[in-house]
Design a protein around this ligand. Sequence first.
Ligand SMILES: *[C@@H]1O[C@H](CO)[C@@H](O)[C@H](O)[C@H]1NC(C)=O
Ligand SMILES: *[C@@H]1O[C@H](CO)[C@@H](O)[C@H](O)[C@H]1NC(C)=O
Ligand SMILES: *[C@@H]1O[C@H](CO)[C@@H](O)[C@H](O)[C@H]1NC(C)=O
Ligand SMILES: *[C@@H]1O[C@H](CO)[C@@H](O)[C@H](O)[C@H]1NC(C)=O
Ligand SMILES: *[C@@H]1O[C@H](CO)[C@@H](O)[C@H](O)[C@H]1NC(C)=O
Ligand SMILES: *[C@@H]1O[C@H](CO)[C@@H](O)[C@H](O)[C@H]1NC(C)=O
Ligand SMILES: *[C@@H]1O[C@H](CO)[C@@H](O)[C@H](O)[C@H]1NC(C)=O
Ligand SMILES: *[C@@H]1O[C@H](CO)[C@@H](O)[C@H](O)[C@H]1NC(C)=O
Ligand SMILES: *[C@@H]1O[C@H](CO)[C@@H](O)[C@H](O)[C@H]1NC(C)=O
Ligand SMILES: *[C@@H]1O[C@H](CO)[C@@H](O)[C@H](O)[C@H]1NC(C)=O
Ligand SMILES: *[C@@H]1O[C@H](CO)[C@@H](O)[C@H](O)[C@H]1NC(C)=O
Length: 404
Amino acid sequence: MQGLIITFFMLFFASFCSCNARLLDVVSSKTIFNVMEYGAVGDGVTDDSQAFLKAWNGACGKSDSVGTIEVPFGKTFLLKPLLFNGPCKFSKVYFKLEGNIVAPNSTEAWTTSEDKTRWIEFIKVNGLVMNGSGQIDGQGSIWWKICKNDSCQRPKALSFKNCTNLSLSGIHHINSAKGHISINKCVQIRIRNLTITAPENSPNTDGIDISESNDIVVQNCTIATGDDCIAMNEGTSNINITTVNCGPGHGISIGSLGKNGNFATVKDVYVNNCSFFGTTNGLRIKTFPNGNGYVKNITYNQIRFYNTRNPIIIDEKYKDIEQVKGFEIIGLRYNDVSGSSATSVAIDLGCDSGEGCIDVIMDKVNLTSVSPNDKVTASCNKVKGQETSVSPDVSCLTKKLSLY
Ligand SMILES: *[C@@H]1O[C@H](CO)[C@@H](O)[C@H](O)[C@H]1NC(C)=O
Ligand SMILES: *[C@@H]1O[C@H](CO)[C@@H](O)[C@H](O)[C@H]1NC(C)=O
Ligand SMILES: *[C@@H]1O[C@H](CO)[C@@H](O)[C@H](O)[C@H]1NC(C)=O
Ligand SMILES: *[C@@H]1O[C@H](CO)[C@@H](O)[C@H](O)[C@H]1NC(C)=O
Ligand SMILES: *[C@@H]1O[C@H](CO)[C@@H](O)[C@H](O)[C@H]1NC(C)=O
Ligand SMILES: *[C@@H]1O[C@H](CO)[C@@H](O)[C@H](O)[C@H]1NC(C)=O
Ligand SMILES: *[C@@H]1O[C@H](CO)[C@@H](O)[C@H](O)[C@H]1NC(C)=O
Ligand SMILES: *[C@@H]1O[C@H](CO)[C@@H](O)[C@H](O)[C@H]1NC(C)=O
Ligand SMILES: *[C@@H]1O[C@H](CO)[C@@H](O)[C@H](O)[C@H]1NC(C)=O
Ligand SMILES: *[C@@H]1O[C@H](CO)[C@@H](O)[C@H](O)[C@H]1NC(C)=O
Ligand SMILES: *[C@@H]1O[C@H](CO)[C@@H](O)[C@H](O)[C@H]1NC(C)=O
């Protein structure tokens, strides 16, 4: 009997311990997976992709309890296009980024890559917490000049697909070839304390792109890039954007919706306590006239503009395509919005599609010109709703007296 038990244990351990390191992992209950232990060099030149994948496979799949992948401070890791696949063993996994990650300094790394639209992508990962004071550098400048048009694909820096309960915080994102952070088919996303920067003239370098996702919080982020600070695209709902400093850039946008005549919806959006600095747009809704769908229940609260070209804009003629079906835009609230416009039309509600915009409420809106002696105006087309204490006056809206 005793012999049998000993044999059992020997077999048991033999199945685990092909080397001492493994034995150590087992007895010390391994949960930390530092990329340096998996052969990363961190000199910014050597390709550390395989080391990251091994560390990820450990933290995601082999950890004894919730795993942590660690990227140490003071080093720079060059990564080729890379996929981090889930789901992981536990419904939580930590990615501690204290060091820097840098993209290849040539487009060649993508010539053999099947998917030229991404650099680093997380798929089907649940409960990822990615934080730290590190930096993710997309080396976009090598792309911006040589690959500008729509038919030339450029990689987004960081993509999340089909993820749940994702938390991103603290990290600096710079110079992506295309968008910096892309969220698609995800639920329960918390994005806090990020800075995202790229030159004002860099093409399509959106800060955060969200599509087909629900339950999202973006809080306390500074985003200064060459395109939208945040873009909410088709299939997004329940989004809370609070305390975002945006600019330079193209503003916080809903859309563009309905590209290629698609059906698209965005609803239940709350944009609160945000500032815009020298942006081309502020609060923008843009739809392709040949698409269809709806935009519903959007609230903008406590918004400040500093030298913004189009502070409030709805553009339903986006890209000058002929209208086919059109969008329903129902329930827009602009509350406590102030600041300076760099153009004479500070409010431009071009609700050209379908029934126009319905239930638009503006309350305490005060926009002025950046030039002290100039006046600003509002332009509107097919808009129904009410205004209380709005300057410049929006002629489409019914005036209501302030209760205060
Ligand atoms: C680009 O990276 C390679 C190694 O990946 C290095 O040898 C080369 O010096 C770098 N070139 C520039 C311009 O940074
Ligand atoms: C990262 O997140 C974890 C889990 O929420 C937390 O314990 C840790 O303090 C965070 N680190 C930083 C640098 O924010
Ligand atoms: C787009 O850019 C690529 C590469 O930069 C070029 O080969 C292609 O001809 C361009 N296409 C158009 C339509 O301009
Ligand atoms: C996401 O992945 C899960 C498996 O992890 C799958 O069951 C589900 O259908 C996927 N959802 C979407 C929207 O792709
Ligand atoms: C989501 O993650 C947070 C911490 O990051 C955790 O407290 C919470 O329980 C998770 N929620 C679900 C539904 O897993
Ligand atoms: C954001 O930063 C604040 C102040 O430094 C800190 O208290 C908070 O924990 C951070 N949030 C996250 C999610 O890291
Ligand atoms: C906001 O985020 C920045 C980092 O981008 C951090 O330094 C600051 O402490 C955060 N503030 C709050 C109130 O969370
Ligand atoms: C949005 O988030 C802020 C900050 O976390 C919170 O105070 C506010 O209640 C949220 N608003 C909605 C409508 O979810
Ligand atoms: C409108 O959206 C907010 C979130 O911004 C949500 O709390 C509220 O329930 C929504 N209202 C309706 C009528 O759906
Ligand atoms: C509102 O934004 C300002 C400026 O970014 C910030 O200092 C303040 O803490 C924010 N207020 C709240 C309640 O988040
Ligand atoms: C509107 O803003 C201007 C410029 O900041 C200011 O001088 C004016 O008093 C404000 N008007 C109202 C009614 O708040």
